[in-house]
Write a protein that binds this ligand. Structure first.
Ligand SMILES: Cc1cc2nc3c(=O)[nH]c(=O)nc-3n(C[C@H](O)[C@H](O)[C@H](O)COP(=O)(O)O)c2cc1C
Length: 361
């Protein structure tokens, strides 16, 4: 008995010194203060570069897969380059980088909404150079006094969040659903939001199947664990390291599957964003639309929760297309999500401080 207690104590010490302590010391600097950005702090009397840099305070509040924040920015006079941060790529869960490009699209949309709010016209070139350069945004000050048709989206940037709580079985009014759908303004992107119980059940079956596949893949669990341990996905500090150990060493799959099934079951609407093509520009455009929806929903007090599991397992991904209406020409599902009124609120997640994602020329 004494020996096994000693062994347990030694094992705990080994885990703490070998995994938890170094992990704690290596957790990246993370900030919640980024959410307090104030419109009135726009540096009206400063250089063009400082003004454009200020806009990025809004870009970094975008959602991203695993809160990986896979963006870097290069600001010069009249231009912002948005680059993919290779170190933030989730090679197992997001092998084709679809989620990374969607996340970059979300950040790009926030940037453009903020730029237009502060009086700029924007023109975007997608992938104009090396593959990591996702977009170049050229910004010119509007000559006449700025009108901002997207101001409700701008003001929603600082309150948008992922709400993973159960949603109430409450109908969204036709007018509000139309308002959200009308935010899809890109002809290359399609959206399908439904409360059809047969579609919801089929989606639930695919998510359950995907969870089973993903949580029996040690590489998936170890990657998920690593990101949890970094403290960017909710729990921070020691709690984050404990969450990492639980995902890596315990069989958390069945519990997660049960939770996901319950969430879909209790959700009044599910939605899909799809495109005709399956390439990186399509994923960026899908991300821009996702963010517009999310901000539009936020402005109406409606929550959104992306659910990517069925897209992360090859076996279930192709079956998602079958859930889209037969008439849709956009057959590549880019993102699936829940939509509804959340039963309870949640906290903001942290971000890397702006100076950490700015690169010089
Ligand atoms: C492309 C993409 C995929 C996502 N997939 C999921 C998912 O499958 N499950 C989930 O709970 N959240 C998902 N999210 C939400 C992110 O985890 C969330 O945006 C991130 O943790 C930052 O938190 P915030 O949205 O509250 O700011 C996804 C977000 C994006 C942009």
């Amino acid at each position: 008995m004494g020996v096994s207690t000693t062994k347990v104590v030694l094992l705990c010490l080994f885990l703490f010194l070998g995994m938890v302590l170094p992990g704690l010391l290596m957790q990246p600097e993370a900030s919640l203060q980024v959410w307090d950005v104030l419109e009135g702090d726009f540096p009206n009397n400063s250089s063009s570069e400082e003004k454009l840099t200020f806009l990025l305070n809004y870009a970094i509040l975008a959602p991203s897969n695993y809160n990986s924040q896979p963006w870097l920015f290069n600001v010069s006079d009249g231009e912002i380059q948005v680059l993919a941060d290779k170190s933030a790529w989730l090679k197992v869960a997001d092998a084709d980088r679809r989620e990374q490009y969607i996340s970059l699209g979300c950040a790009l949309e926030n940037l453009i909404i903020a730029a237009e709010h502060f009086g700029y016209n924007c023109s975007v070139s997608y992938f104009p150079g090396p593959s990591d350069l996702m977009a170049t945004v050229s910004l010119t000050a509007k000559s006449s006094s700025p009108s901002d048709s997207n101001s409700r989206l701008f003001y929603a940037i600082t309150s948008r969040q992922t709400n993973r709580n159960p949603y109430e079985p409450k109908t969204i009014s036709k007018a509000d659903l139309e308002t959200i759908k009308s935010l899809c303004i890109d002809p290359d992107v399609g959206v399908f939001i439904t409360d059809d119980s047969a579609v919801k059940r089929s989606f639930q079956d695919l998510v359950v199947m995907a969870d089973g596949i993903l949580y029996s893949d040690v590489n998936y669990k170890s990657e998920l664990g690593r990101w949890l341990g970094l403290g960017v996905m909710g729990p921070t500090g020691l709690q984050a390291k404990m969450a990492q150990l639980a995902v890596v060493f315990l069989d958390v799959g069945p519990e997660q599957t049960k939770k996901d099934a319950m969430l879909i079951n209790s959700t009044p609407y599910i939605g899909f964003i799809s495109t005709a093509n399956n390439d990186s520009v399509s994923s960026v455009k899908a991300g821009r639309t996702l963010e517009r929806f999310w901000l539009g929903a936020t402005a109406l007090g409606i929550s959104l929760h992306p659910m990517s599991q069925a897209l992360e397992a090859a076996e279930t991904k192709e079956n998602l297309t079958g859930l889209l209406p037969g008439s849709s020409e956009m057959r590549q599902v880019q993102q699936a999500f829940r939509l509804g009124y959340a039963k309870s609120t949640t906290e903001h997640s942290t971000r890397r401080p702006l100076q950490d994602v700015l690169i010089g020329e």
